[in-house]
Design a protein around this ligand. Structure first.
Ligand SMILES: NC(=O)c1ccc[n+]([C@@H]2O[C@H](COP(=O)([O-])OP(=O)(O)OC[C@H]3O[C@@H](n4cnc5c(N)ncnc54)[C@H](O)[C@@H]3O)[C@@H](O)[C@H]2O)c1
Length: 407
């Protein structure tokens, strides 16, 4: 069935805008990018020229009656006011993660979107990728029996990074961090959204978090700050959450940027009949050697490397990088939730990356912090529906994969 393309304007033409524009201009029938803006005009000019769209100001995007949806790829601390301005201008919004760096701010924009009858979604949308939709199918089809317990773990050692101080917007550096600008809000969403995709909403949350300000220094000799002390300030950078899902599954969420560790992303799901070892939730699937390993009860333990059942993988050859040089994640599908929102708007159905999901993700991080402060278990207020699965078996061209969203 044909579809009238949803006209999109992008605000914030920095690093990750490349990946979004690469996705959204790759031939989807449901979206048409009109233009992009940035406070630094050279940035929006470069993106506009590369992707054949208009260089605009933020004010022009908000005032353009043709633009129905704004993609907000500004830095985390700008998400709130840019999203609010776009909602007030009557635009649907899809924001980079997190939707906000406070529960209160997220709730305010959530209410505003509801009041105005507009869709509001937020990254990450990696859960819509091949690995995570395959995992979803395995769980839903009973391959691990009844899921009981899971862990989702992001270990990073920022002091060992080559980069630094990290570029503005790459909100990783404890030096930059007020509450909400460190690993918890920056990376938590990836590790939470994949669990919600598998199990649905979270019911109760408790946990611990701290701002580790121990004696740290940059110890990677390639880092320009090598040998310098990392200032003892910042937001939460060590967090352990206990999540109880409405379907009864328990999960532990570990987010830490201060240990000695090469990046160790892990998501494991244990069920009554089997165990799933899943790849890095920062990707859609297929990056590096990331695979899904399924271990099942058999004659002893049987172990399988599971082929992906769905399209939208990181290594899919049908999306070609426009610049051919080392742009971030050039083959990833960040932004397909925007295409999904276009279908939701045009077909009158619910979006997968809903405002409730975006709010829930922020509430979980916030609830862990609160639990740490008040020694209480928090009953979640937001209750998103589990995002609908994509249809399996749709590989190949952009439009073939797009059909798996058209439900
Ligand atoms: N860089 C990555 O690899 C990466 C990956 C995934 C997600 N993200 C997320 O994407 C978001 C942006 O990150 P980034 O790395 O692209 O940051 P960035 O600093 O490279 O880009 C952000 C841009 O937004 C612009 N901006 C800020 N306020 C604006 C406004 N009111 N109007 C117009 N432009 C405005 C800034 O000038 C800047 O160019 C963050 O939420 C980040 O967590 C980044």
């Amino acid at each position: 069935m044909s579809i009238k393309p949803l006209k999109v304007g992008l605000i914030g033409s920095g690093a990750i805008s490349y990946t979004y524009l690469n996705t959204l201009t790759s031939g989807f029938a449901a979206v048409e990018v009109v233009g992009c803006s940035d406070l630094i005009p050279e940035r929006s000019k470069a993106r506009a020229e590369l992707f054949g769209i208009r260089q605009m100001t933020t004010e022009e995007i908000l005032a353009d009656p043709e633009i129905e949806l704004v993609v907000n790829t500004t830095q985390l601390w700008n998400h709130h006011h840019v999203t609010k301005a776009a909602l007030e201008a009557g635009k649907h919004v899809y924001s980079e993660k997190a939707m906000d760096h406070t529960w209160e701010g997220a709730k305010e924009n959530y209410e505003l979107a509801k009041k105005k009858g507009l869709l509001l979604g937020a990254a990450p949308d990696c859960y819509m990728g091949s690995a995570w939709q395959t995992a979803r199918k395995l769980v839903d089809d009973g391959y691990i029996g009844q899921p009981l317990i899971a862990y989702s773990m992001c270990m990073r050692g920022y002091s060992s990074h080559e980069r630094g101080p990290l570029p503005e917007g790459f909100v990783l550096d404890p030096m930059m961090g007020a509450r909400g600008t460190t690993i918890t809000y920056d990376m938590g969403g990836y590790y939470i959204n994949v669990l919600i995709n598998l199990f649905g909403a979270v019911k109760r949350v408790s946990g611990y978090s701290q701002v580790f300000t121990g004696d740290r220094e940059y110890y990677n000799t390639k880092n320009p700050n090598y040998g310098k002390k990392i200032p003892a300030e910042g937001g939460e950078n060590v967090m352990l959450g206990a999540l109880e899902f409405e379907n009864g599954v328990y999960a532990s969420l570990v987010l830490c940027s201060e240990a000695f560790s090469p990046e160790v992303p892990r998501v494991d799901i244990y069920g009554t009949e089997g165990h799933l070892s899943l790849p890095d939730p920062n990707y859609f699937g297929g990056w590096g050697n990331d695979v899904i390993i399924l271990q099942r009860k058999g004659n002893g333990t049987e172990s399988f490397k599971v082929p992906f059942t769905h399209g939208f993988s990181d290594t899919d050859p049908s999306i070609m990088p426009k610049s051919g040089k080392g742009e971030p994640c050039h083959n990833s599908w960040r932004g397909i939730a925007v295409v999904d929102m276009a279908y939701a708007i045009r077909r009158g159905r619910k979006p997968r990356s809903s405002a409730e999901l975006a709010l829930h993700t922020v509430e979980i991080i916030d609830a862990i912090d609160r639990s740490n402060e008040d020694n209480r278990v928090h009953t979640m207020i937001s209750r998103p529906e589990r995002p609908a699965p994509l249809k399996p078996g749709y590989y190949g061209s952009v439009n073939v994969m797009e059909a798996s969203l058209d439900t």
